[in-house]
Every structure is written in C-alpha cells, then in structure tokens.
Design a protein around this ligand. Structure first.
Ligand SMILES: *[C@@H]1O[C@H](CO)[C@@H](O)[C@H](O)[C@H]1NC(C)=O
Ligand SMILES: *[C@@H]1O[C@H](CO)[C@@H](O)[C@H](O)[C@H]1NC(C)=O
Ligand SMILES: *[C@@H]1O[C@H](CO)[C@@H](O)[C@H](O)[C@H]1NC(C)=O
Ligand SMILES: *[C@@H]1O[C@H](CO)[C@@H](O)[C@H](O)[C@H]1NC(C)=O
Length: 321
C-alpha cells in the first residue's frame, strides 16, 4: 500500500513537470498580434518585444541555430585562440534581441534575413580572425578568435576631443569587441547610445560578450554621418542611392557596407586582399547557413573595389580618425 502511494506520488510529480515544461515551451513561441493604424504589429516575447512590424517575421533564432554559430566560428575555442571561452551563441542572440524589433535580422523575407546575419557576422568574423593563410581549416574558419587588439601601438586618445570625450586616467582605448572599437570618442559615443559608461570603462567590452555584440550591432544600425545610410539600410535595400551614389558605384549590397564601416581603408582600391578577406568570410557564411554564395550577387554589388568612399579620409593622416 505504502509503495503504491509512493508510485502515484512520483507519477503526479512527473505529470506536473511535463505540464510545466510544455507550458514553458508554448509561451516561448507565443506571438501576440494587433493592428495599429491598419498595420499589423507583433510581440514575440523576449527575443522580439515591443509591438513592431518586424516582430511579425521570423526571429533570428528561428533560422539561425546554435549549431550554425558553432560551424561559423568553429575554431574560436581552440587552445591557440586568444579569446577562447569568451564568445557564444547566447550572447549574440541576447544582444540581438534589443535590435530585432528595429529590423536587425528581421527585415524582408527569410533569405534577406539570413543574408543580413551572414553579412553582419562576415564583418565580425573577418575583424576578429586569427587565421592567416596556412591556418588549419583555412583562413575563414578562425572568426571570433580575438576580443581585443593584442599589442596596441598607442592609447588611442585623441586630443581633438579632449573636452567632449576626455580620456579617463589610466584607461586605454585600443581595439575591442566584435566590430572593434578604437579611440576614446568612439567608446564615448557608443557608450552614450548603449547607456553604459564606456568612456570611463572601455574594458567592459572585453569582459562582456553580450555588450560587445550589442556595440557591434549598434554600429551596424547607425549611419556614420547624417544623410548617409547605415550598413543595415545599405544591405537590406531600404536605402535608395542618389545619383551621386550611383555615379560613385555605391549600390545597395554588401560592398556598400564595407564602404560605410571602413571607407578608403579597403574600398576604391580594386580587388585588394584587405577587401577580399572580408568578402570571403561573408561568402563562406552564406554557404554554411545554406543560403549559398551565389546569393552574394555580382561583383559590383558584393565588393567596393570600384566605389568612391562616402567619407574620404584626410590626405595628411596623422591619426586615422
Ligand atoms: C516580413 O516578411 C515578409 C515576407 O516573408 C516581407 O515581405 C516583409 O517585408 C517583412 N516585414 C518587414 C517589416 O520587413
Ligand atoms: C526575397 O526578397 C528579395 C528582396 O526583396 C527578393 O529579391 C527575393 O526574390 C525574395 N526571395 C523569395 C524566396 O521570395
Ligand atoms: C553584460 O552586458 C549586458 C548588456 O549590456 C548586461 O545586460 C549584463 O548585465 C552585463 N553582464 C555583466 C556580468 O555585467
Ligand atoms: C558626391 O560625392 C562626393 C564624394 O564621392 C562628395 O564629395 C560630394 O559632396 C557629393 N555630393 C553630394 C551633392 O552629395
């Protein structure tokens, strides 16, 4: 009799767990829909919150899974990687949740969505890679190997901004992050946007992968100057080029995202290695995600080899601002 009671009790506990976990799984995919001024807007819980039309589309984790992140950044936790144990899928998705309601990875159809993630991560992979030519797995297998510049040559404190963005005593503003941030005024500006005191604590970026991804996605979504597109807008095609853009060979696509992020460091110089390395990360990721590199488009859309830079750097370049 006693063992029978025990068995029933265990059974009931088991049922309770089943109910709880099912309820949990359900609530994580629950889509709330309403109409605001004739427009359909949605809320998908933590990953895409806040009544946005973008949240009616797939979320990033719907089409980009942990195992794909692991494939893209296969070597990042090997013993020779410089940031082993730092970067992970969860940090990326957590960071992206802030920006998915604004269209990051949620704009357009599934192909466009996947391409944007491949493009964004293509930049990230190429900027944090330690795969040089002969590395096992090939140079594109080594993205997210770094989370900071290893031997900075200086402190990246620009006197020109000493009143707007004064350098904190002892702080160093060398490259850190997923799309590396350099110079105190860039830490200052991004810190203001993210409401984190990066001017006084630039080290937060190398201590917190979620914050590092957030800063990178913020950069992707933000125009460098008024009147210019963000990398996101240039990529998903919400940006419409002017005549001046077209005559400067700036078309919506991956090439223009390089123009925005790096300018004449990589663009307008023909098919140089610095540019090709970035492009090859993007194409490699398109393949791994199952989109296929042919979706990268023709040379003039995919690259910025012939583009005039949006923001040409000053001819006498003492500090690369
Ligand atoms: C949502 O996806 C559809 C196609 O799947 C697309 O036409 C639409 O533009 C997307 N919504 C937004 C806001 O990008
Ligand atoms: C997805 O959207 C792009 C851009 O609007 C379009 O060129 C493409 O044909 C669409 N793909 C599918 C499968 O609908
Ligand atoms: C890391 O950054 C995220 C995003 O800003 C923040 O929510 C989180 O609390 C930070 N984690 C730690 C341990 O400080
Ligand atoms: C056109 O582009 C060039 C550089 O590519 C720039 O110097 C010029 O100011 C632009 N003109 C307009 C009207 O935007």
């Amino acid at each position: 009799m006693k063992t029978e009671a025990k068995r029933i009790c265990l059974f009931l506990i088991g049922m309770l767990f089943l109910i709880l976990s099912t309820a949990n799984a359900d609530s994580s995919v629950q889509v709330l829909v309403k109409k605001v001024k004739g427009k359909k807007v949605c809320d998908k819980g933590w990953e895409c919150k806040g009544w946005s039309e973008y949240c009616c589309n797939l979320t990033i984790s719907d089409y980009f899974d942990t195992y794909q992140f692991e494939e893209l950044f296969a070597k990042r936790n090997t013993p020779v990687a410089h940031a082993a144990g730092f970067w992970d899928y969860k940090s990326f998705i957590t960071a992206s949740a802030v920006y998915q309601p604004l269209g990051f990875g949620t704009t357009g159809n599934k192909t466009t969505q996947m391409k944007e993630i491949a493009a964004f991560l293509g930049h990230v992979g190429s900027q944090t890679s330690c795969g040089y030519g002969v590395a096992t797995g090939g140079p594109t297998a080594w993205g997210l190997c770094y989370n900071k510049e290893m031997s900075p040559s200086h402190e990246y404190c620009d006197d020109y901004y000493k009143f707007t963005y004064p350098c904190a005593p002892g702080a160093e503003y060398y490259g850190r992050g997923a799309l590396p941030i350099y110079w105190q005024y860039n830490y200052g500006k991004i810190g203001e946007a993210l409401k984190v005191d990066l001017l006084n604590h630039p080290e937060y970026i190398e201590q917190n992968a979620t914050l590092a991804f957030q800063a990178a996605i913020h950069t992707w979504l933000t125009p460098q100057k008024k009147g210019q597109p963000s990398a996101h807008e240039a990529f998903v095609g919400t940006w419409k080029p002017t005549k001046n853009d077209t005559s400067s060979k700036r078309f919506p696509g991956f090439g223009t995202t390089m123009n925005i992020l790096y300018g004449d460091r990589v663009c307008g110089k023909g098919d140089v290695d610095d540019m090709n390395t970035i492009v090859s990360h993007y194409l490699y990721y398109l393949d791994l995600m199952g989109v296929g590199r042919e979706e990268g488009g023709p040379h003039e859309v995919l690259t910025c080899a012939e583009q005039k830079p949006f923001n040409p750097s000053a001819p006498t370049q003492s500090s690369s601002r």
